[in-house]
Design a protein around this ligand. Structure first.
Ligand code: ARG
Length: 461
């Protein structure tokens, strides 16, 4: 395949170097965006009388054909081309001759690739936002059924205080909503148009960058041509947001792996989202959850790789920047497939309420409430805390728990104890009294659910 840049070269590119240099293997996925950008560029050139109307019509019609033919599989993207930009331009010229060669007036592959990548990422982010929405909806759906399901809440993975399962799941809704917010914020910043920056310095042609930005759905043209071709902050911001999202999925996956073990037995994952062992017939493994947890590592890696690639680059474009694509494409693919598996895995899990409640009954997780009882009766909290600790130690020594300890025993620790203490430390009570804003109490959980439903409805894609 003859290069479009051959003029000053006497020898062809070495074969190994050619393959090494090419990006068509991965940038081919931006073909739609490349054609869309070229169509608008041709229109701008005609409006500004840089090319004629007729020439523009020919170019636009032929680009339309190329788009359709790739779409229906009639035209294959040639893997021997250097990159997708060269392929589209080469194909155009093959079809309409010299007119096609006019398309690259007042443009460079440097601003072209920056444009294509922004357009591509914008489209992908719309899909990711939709998937995030579905994932939050999955959590909300399960949470709605488990407002009154009591489980131990943990700190240091030690049973800490009783909570509603819905409260636990709503924490993930909050995280994923932040992820959605982070992504749309990054998209907003990304949404300025680099086209017209040309190689790095702008152009002598009377271009109209505002028209191009408007037609392609950007807020405005980027303000500096050098920044236009050398900025990849938007990739980093998005990869950062994707890495954080994966981390959130991974944390719940870790919990699912623990919760579905015999040791916990809090949930059973559906057969459709687990696998068996080749040797141990009893096994039911949480492979999907483990894979999401595992794949989080590579999404982090891509972020670190691009940060490192960019750190030493002088302005403006350098070929190193071609390395931006594989990592971010893989991050997107990984996040999307993870979300596609994650949401139904959550939706289809079976919650073992009894196991959760039994676990909540052990481990003295209502001790804080006992201390609060004394505090409400006038004892300073630190004293109440100490006495409660002594009562817990006494229960452990005598093999009983706070609910079963007789009132006389309580009174030997403090005369403030009365029969109403038992109601205070009943688990349901411990959970439902916590109606502080954002707390695990029923009222607060219902308010959070309402808010999530409202937020879900308000996310615009
Ligand atoms: N394939 C290149 C990339 O992904 C396109 C830009 C090439 N520009 C250049 N000056 N060689 O970065």
């Amino acid at each position: 395949m003859e290069k479009l840049w051959t003029g000053r070269f006497k020898q062809p590119l070495n074969e190994v170097a050619d393959a090494f240099n090419a990006s068509i293997g991965f940038d081919r996925r931006m073909w739609r965006q490349d054609i869309a950008g070229s169509i608008v560029h041709a229109q701008m050139l005609a409006r500004q009388e840089i090319i004629s109307r007729e020439e523009c019509e020919k170019i636009v019609a032929s680009l339309g054909d190329i788009l359709e033919e790739i779409e229906c599989g009639k035209l294959e993207i040639d893997p021997k081309c250097e990159d997708i930009h060269m392929f589209v331009e080469g194909e155009l010229t093959r079809r309409i001759g010299d007119v096609g060669k006019k398309l690259h007036t007042a443009r460079s592959r440097n601003d072209q690739v920056a444009l294509d990548l922004r357009l591509y990422l914008r489209d992908e982010c719309t899909e990711i936002m939709q998937l995030l929405k579905e994932t939050v909806a999955a959590f909300v759906g399960v949470a709605e059924q488990h407002v009154d399901t009591i489980m131990p809440g943990y700190t240091h993975l030690q049973r800490a205080q009783p909570i509603s399962l819905a409260q636990h799941l709503l924490a993930y809704c909050a995280m994923l909503m932040r992820d959605a917010d982070r992504i749309s914020d990054a998209v907003r910043r990304m949404n300025v148009s680099p086209i017209g920056s040309c190689a790095l310095a702008g152009t002598t042609y009377p271009t109209d960058r505002d028209f191009e930005a408007r037609e392609l759905g950007f807020r405005e043209p980027c303000q500096n041509s050098i920044d236009g071709v050398s900025d990849r902050d938007f990739c980093l911001e998005l990869m950062g947001a994707f890495a954080i999202t994966m981390m959130h999925l991974s944390r719940f996956c870790e919990e699912l792996i623990l919760w579905s073990s015999w040791e916990f037995g809090f949930v059973e994952l559906s057969d459709s989202f687990t696998t068996g062992s080749s040797i141990m017939p009893q096994k039911k493994n949480a492979d999907m959850a483990e894979l999401i947890r595992g794949k989080t590592g590579r999404v982090y890696g891509h972020l670190m790789a691009l940060l490192t690639t960019l750190k030493g680059l002088p302005l403006a474009y350098n070929k190193d920047m071609q390395e931006d694509k594989e990592g971010i494409f893989d991050s997107i693919d990984t996040l999307k497939t993870s979300l596609r598996v994650f949401a139904p895995m959550v939706e289809t899990m079976t919650v073992r309420k009894g196991k959760m409640l039994t676990a909540a009954r052990e481990g003295f997780i209502n001790a804080t409430d006992l201390a609060d009882y004394l505090t409400k009766k006038g004892m300073p909290f630190r004293n109440a805390y100490k006495i409660t600790g002594q009562i817990v130690a006494f229960c452990i020594d005598s093999g009983t728990d706070l609910e079963s300890l007789p009132l006389e025993d309580y009174r030997s620790f403090s005369p403030l104890f009365e029969a109403d203490l038992y109601a205070e430390i009943a688990l349901e009570n411990c959970v439902n009294k916590r109606i502080s804003k954002g707390g695990t109490g029923r009222e607060s959980v219902l308010a959070q659910l309402e808010r999530e439903r409202h937020l879900l409805a308000s996310i615009k894609l």
